[in-house]
Write a protein that binds this ligand. Structure first.
Ligand code: UFG
Length: 342
């Protein structure tokens, strides 16, 4: 069988770069496309080091309709994975139009280009954010979606609907998978790629690693009065390499025609809740470093507790998270140390 080609939009970012590595290791050809608006060449170069060769790179913006169409003409694309999007929840509240324009237009351009090119398999990077504050945990794919807490979250819900409607109207030309990610953390075991937040990190693990290395003074733990076992929020922290592997299973399922309907939805999580405090403690223990921390008021918009029921992905995709939290937190620390030249 000839090699299949996967276009990865936003392929130079945190999730995109890890997915690119896993796809290549599984035997796919990958075209990385990125406008580098929120990342630099570090991860793309890291990917090339891991795989030991050069990769096709398209510096482009999917909001540019002509550019989106051109890339589908240039390569024989069997599947597209769409990551290219803005992702800062707080910023999306302050600048909603920036988020709606970028995240919706780029995805619509991908779909239009894919359809015009004769059809394609489309994987969209959705989020557990679509479940809002769930009434029951863990959440399955049938758990009702809730109104989004932010324009960022809204773009995820809207893109899910855009994919559903477009696939339905495409007369079989398009098929799609929505992967709903929980909290992706960690880094590649090689420490050649990882998370590279610009400025002060919004997310927990980069804040922890930057505090442990001395770049930040102290970690604020937002809220210790939640109705959870230790009072801090609970999340489903999923290793980035495990998460990346889920994409390989999903792409293969689409390409091999094994889907049971036009659009399928899978939770990508471990099924294991961990509290913020438990995560901080585990990080200190496994890496033998201190993370100065204090309790601070709750952060607006935070969900008390959410974790996945990953049964559907386990059974249908044949995918399961395998890396322990210790391995994941070691990898996150190794990446931070490498960035600091230590
Ligand atoms: N937290 C802290 N201190 C920090 C940063 C985070 O205590 O400095 C806490 C938060 O309050 C929260 C937990 O750590 O309880 C996780 O926070 P993150 O910002 O790392 O992740 P979220 O669960 O808020 O957000 C993630 C994704 C979003 C997505 C959201 C909902 O990063 O893209 O889940 O699915 F929208």
């Amino acid at each position: 069988m000839s090699k299949k080609t996967v276009l990865v939009s936003g392929g130079a970012g945190f999730i995109g770069s890890h997915v690119t590595v896993e796809l290549i290791e599984a035997g796919y050809d990958v075209v990385v496309a990125d406008n580098f608006s929120n990342c630099d060449m570090t991860c793309f170069e890291g990917v090339q080091k891991i795989i030991g060769r050069k990769l096709p790179l398209e510096k482009m913006d999917f909001c540019d309709e002509a550019a989106a169409k051109a890339i589908f003409k240039k390569y024989p694309i069997d599947a597209v994975i769409h990551f290219a999007a803005f992702k800062a929840v707080g910023e999306s509240v302050e600048q909603p139009l920036k988020y709606y324009k970028n995240n919706l237009v780029s995805f619509m351009n991908v779909l239009e280009a894919a359809e015009e090119a004769g059809g394609c398999n489309v994987l969209f990077s959705s989020s557990a954010t679509v479940y809002g504050e769930p009434e029951k945990v863990p959440v399955t794919e049938l758990t009702p979606r809730q109104p989004a807490m932010s324009p960022y979250g809204n773009t995820k819900t809207m893109c899910e609907d855009i994919l559903q409607d477009t696939v339905k109207a495409s007369g079989g030309k398009l098929r799609g998978i929505l992967l709903r990610y929980f909290n992706p953390i960690g880094a590649h075991p090689s420490a050649l790629i990882g998370e590279l937040p610009r400025g002060v990190p919004n997310n927990l693990v980069p804040f922890i690693t930057q505090t442990a290395i001395g770049k930040r003074e102290i970690l604020s733990i937002f809220g210790n009065d939640y109705p959870t076992p230790d009072g801090t929020c609970q999340r489903d922290f999923i290793d980035i390499v495990d998460l990346a592997r889920a994409h390989v299973f999903a792409v293969t399922r689409m390409i091999e025609g094994k889907m049971k309907k036009g659009v399928e939805i899978f939770n990508v999580g471990t099924g294991r809740p961990l509290s913020v405090m438990e995560l901080v403690n585990a990080f200190e223990k496994v890496n033998g470093v201190k993370v100065p921390h204090k309790f601070a008021p709750r952060r607006a918009g935070d969900i008390t507790a959410i974790w996945a029921d990953p049964t559907l992905a386990n059974n249908e995709l044949g995918w399961k998270a395998t890396r322990s939290i210790e391995e994941t937190l070691k990898a996150a620390w190794a990446w931070e140390c490498r960035l600091a030249g230590k």
